[in-house]
Design a protein around this ligand. Sequence first.
Ligand SMILES: N[C@@H](CCC(=O)N[C@@H](CS)C(=O)NCC(=O)O)C(=O)O
Length: 199
Amino acid sequence: MKLYYAPAACSLAPHIVIREAGLDVALDKVTFGKERTTESGKNFYDINPQGAVPSLELDNGEVLTEAQVLLQYLAAQAPQANLAPAEGLTRWRLLETLNFIATELHKGISPLFKKPTDEQRAAVTQVVRNRFDLLEGKLGDKDYLLGPFTIADAYAFVTLNWARKFGIEVSPKLQAYFQRILARPAVQQALREEGLPTS
Ligand SMILES: N[C@@H](CCC(=O)N[C@@H](CS)C(=O)NCC(=O)O)C(=O)O
């Protein structure tokens, strides 16, 4: 398998899961510009016509896209790592949480990457702060969103990393949650591999 990624993009979440699960997956960095090329010299639009990371090339050449789906697919390749509860209400809580992160946080913060006006930035920040408050509610007094660490935490970590980048203030509880994930060896490894700060 091969993961197409861009440093610190949402593709960092499946990258973390690959390291948490100990999966043997190659990495290919995508450069976003007028043209989208990969480090291995491919036209990325040939891999994913949307031109978006993450994209996961399977060993049979098929390509899977959509962060939420990749996270679940990768977790299913290493059930022993227990990164995605497969049964009971917790399974549905996982899907609920992944969808919340994708649609409210990931896509909520995305406009900040597109050179917003001050007014747009303020409006986005206001909504996103509320969504982080809701995330804090989901975390409650647990260490991770569903109790033990899961793929949802890898995804939430990426959005909290963006919050830090864009100066969106989050509560002390979410800051501690971010630091807890940051300290995980698999997360440190993924950050190093993407050439990102590890603290
Ligand atoms: N629907 C896709 C969206 C992925 C996405 O937004 N990727 C961003 C990076 S975080 C990207 O590649 N943006 C470049 C672009 O869309 O032009 C998913 O959930 O995986």
